[in-house]
Design a protein around this ligand. Structure first.
Ligand code: PLP
Length: 358
């Protein structure tokens, strides 16, 4: 999906909207999560002595069937650590042009890691193919940066990536001596949607980044996993980049709580997103391709209602009722654990009102 629907810098609102569809990052830790956090055992994690962080890392490594894992402040840092661990200066990654690392991480891999990004076209549903990757691998020639890593993402804009293609890409990568990193910010959404274990979804990749703050309800944190030697390298880089936290077990506890309590319920978000799309289709002049609503996101074009000016967009109309949509076209709507069926129904009623002929 060729769109930038992320909240734009400088667009922050004066007050938190009651119903916020901009992203699944807007969730607030629940009372039960806060309670669990407050009881977390902690220690100095730079010394490796925070029991809650160690427990989270073991939990994620086990969940993804990797040797080791590392708790980090954000998904962006997790991806950066992975790229810097896999690649030396001047080495090249092959990546979909719409993938977060390529388009939404401020070029960090290049700025901080001196890594070259070769972007290839992603399809409307976020796919890249083994054929595209094969064509992008550089021959061993002094004119070229050295191909080193393939970067995958799952889900991409809410789309689950086809497992057969991902496997074809990992086989191709292995044959060509390339490593594979998966940005699995929303890997759990893909696992729930396909009813596959998350370990199966990342079986042949060398490293995986999982976000705890994308729809799982934790206030912060991502976990990078891979081989023990890879994680040892990433841990050193984490310290270098200023991501060595101390008694952050309070945050890790939120991640443990999220994985124990908020994964199965993603199913409800997916159903609610689909319901939202179905109902939007009943409001003229809207139309949503239901086949494109796979997990918790939908993309909708909201034209101006008849006779309205640009200043009277739907987003501006809704914000008066405490409902926040990103003001981009198409608009990305994200359903998450702080959105209820009542919230969706209230929003549908307000959208109907906006388009009602006067
Ligand atoms: C949000 C996101 C990230 C980055 O996570 P932050 O915690 O916001 O740094 C990486 N990849 C994908 C696909 C994301 O959606």
């Amino acid at each position: 999906m060729n769109t930038s629907s992320y909240p734009v810098a400088g667009q922050s609102l004066d007050k938190t909207p009651d119903i916020d569809f901009r992203s699944d990052t807007v969730t607030k830790p629940s009372t039960a999560m806060r309670q669990f956090m407050s009881e977390a055992a902690v220690g100095d994690d730079v010394y490796g002595e925070d029991p809650s962080i160690n427990a989270l890392q073991l939990k994620v490594a086990t969940l993804l069937n990797k040797e080791a894992a590392l708790f980090v402040p954000s998904g962006t840092m997790s991806n950066l650590l992975a790229l810097m661990s896999h690649c030396q200066r001047g080495e090249e990654i092959i990546i979909g042009d719409q993938y977060h690392i390529c388009s939404h991480e401020a070029g960090g891999a290049s700025v901080l890691g001196s890594i070259v990004m070769q972007s290839i076209n992603t399809s409307a549903k976020g796919y890249i193919t083994a054929g595209q990757v094969a064509a992008a691998i550089r021959p061993d020639d002094a004119h070229f940066a050295k191909s080193k890593l393939v970067c995958l993402e799952n889900t991409v804009s809410g789309f689950v990536q086809p497992q057969a293609e991902l496997e074809a890409i990992t086989i191709l990568a292995r044959e060509n001596n390339l490593k594979v990193h998966m940005d699995g910010a929303r890997l759990m959404h893909a696992a729930i949607k396909t009813d596959c274990s998350p370990a199966d979804l990342c079986k042949n990749v060398d490293s995986v980044s999982l976000c705890l703050s994308k729809g799982l309800g934790a206030p912060a944190g991502s976990v990078l996993s891979g081989s023990s030697s890879f994680i040892a390298g990433a841990s050193r880089l984490r310290k270098m980049l200023g991501g060595g936290m101390r008694q952050a077990g309070i945050l890790a506890a939120a991640g443990i709580y999220a994985l124990d309590n908020n994964v199965q319920r993603l199913q409800q978000d997916h159903q609610l997103a689909y319901y939202f799309a179905t109902e939007l289709n009943k409001i003229a002049p809207l139309s949503v391709d239901l086949a494109s609503v796979e997990t918790n996101m939908l993309f909708v074009n909201f034209p101006l209602a008849q006779g309205k000016t640009a200043e009277q967009s739907l987003a501006k109309f809704l914000i008066n009722s405490g409902i926040c949509l990103g003001d981009t076209a198409p608009c990305r709507i994200v359903v998450h654990l702080d959105i209820s069926r009542q919230d969706v129904d209230k929003t549908l009623a307000a959208i109907t009102e906006y388009y009602r002929e006067r």
